[in-house]
Ligand binder design. Structure first.
Ligand SMILES: [Zn+2]
Length: 90
């Protein structure tokens, strides 16, 4: 699984493989926390969960065409609920 996320500091879109605890924003170098205290960081804006890096990079490319401010409804991301639970179970 791959997560399409936004940098909490600058709003830049990027993707990261599920399981990483942190990743760096390519734009502002901010260290994005993905897993916090064993659970998926509730403040992390996950825009999409996809099954391949190809899909993920496609989504990121699409997002980069979206002008700032990038406001998305992240409450209805498919699979996110299940994904959160997956972390909490560990
Ligand atoms: Zn950033």
């Amino acid at each position: 699984m791959w997560l399409v996320i936004l940098c909490p500091r600058c709003g830049e879109a990027r993707y990261v493989k599920a399981g990483y605890k942190t990743c760096k924003c390519f734009k502002c170098n901010y260290r994005i926390t993905i897993i916090k205290n064993g659970i998926l960081n509730p403040e992390l804006r996950v825009l999409k969960i996809v099954n391949s890096p190809k899909e993920a990079s496609y989504e990121v490319r699409k997002l980069k065409l979206t002008p700032y401010p990038r406001i998305f409804d992240t409450s209805k991301v498919r699979g996110l609920k299940k994904f959160r639970k997956w972390f909490q179970a560990k």
